[in-house]
Design a protein around this ligand. Structure first.
Ligand code: HEC
Length: 151
């Protein structure tokens, strides 16, 4: 009954290994990945901001969808700040690597804020969204102030 040939076992081990190191073919790949995640997150966060600021009408279902996307996307960029990806086409400052604990704490603070933002969006009221949006935007800004190059 054992259909696991040695070759299949080796292949499975190789796949599992690739997943466990979760990693990127090159530093440039990692940069592209994190910038993509940040750009998409920024888009959906911007939609929430436009609603919170009254630039577009409040829509409870859209708010919830956007907040769910932001909550998922906010988990993604951080593991892509791999060694060697401080160089190239990136807005990342070298301080990310010299102050990693602070950077990780900023990433965690964002995720805590985004969880509250999602709770707020689920209430279906613009007031709750508005109250949660400001502190979340502040969490973006404080990391950008320290760890993202000005342009
Ligand atoms: C923990 C730090 C940190 C937090 C928190 C953070 N960012 Fe950033 N962000 C960065 C860094 C670093 C870059 C530059 C990445 C690069 O170019 O490699 C960046 C880049 C970006 C970009 C440009 C992506 C591109 O197209 O190249 C956008 C948009 C962005 N962030 C939006 C946001 C928004 C919106 C939030 C909050 C909801 C946020 N960020 C929170 C660190 C952070």
């Amino acid at each position: 009954m054992n259909s696991w040939t040695p070759a299949a076992v080796a292949a499975a081990a190789l796949l599992a290994c690739g997943a466990a190191s979760a990693q990127f073919k090159s530093p440039d790949d990692a940069i592209e990945y994190r910038q993509g995640a940040l750009a998409v997150m920024g888009h959906h966060f911007g939609q929430l901001g436009a609603m919170a600021n009254g630039k577009i009408p409040y829509d409870a279902a859209a708010a919830r969808t956007n907040a769910e996307l932001v909550a998922t996307l906010a988990k993604l960029p951080w593991t892509a700040f791999v060694d060697g990806s401080d160089k190239g086409e990136t807005g990342a400052k070298p301080e990310i690597w010299s102050q990693r604990d602070k950077f990780n704490a900023d990433a965690q603070r964002l995720q805590d804020n985004v969880a509250r933002l999602l709770d707020a969006a689920k209430t279906g009221t613009p007031e709750a969204l508005k109250a949660a949006f400001g502190p979340t935007a502040q969490a973006c800004k404080s990391c950008h102030d320290d760890f993202r190059k000005k342009h």
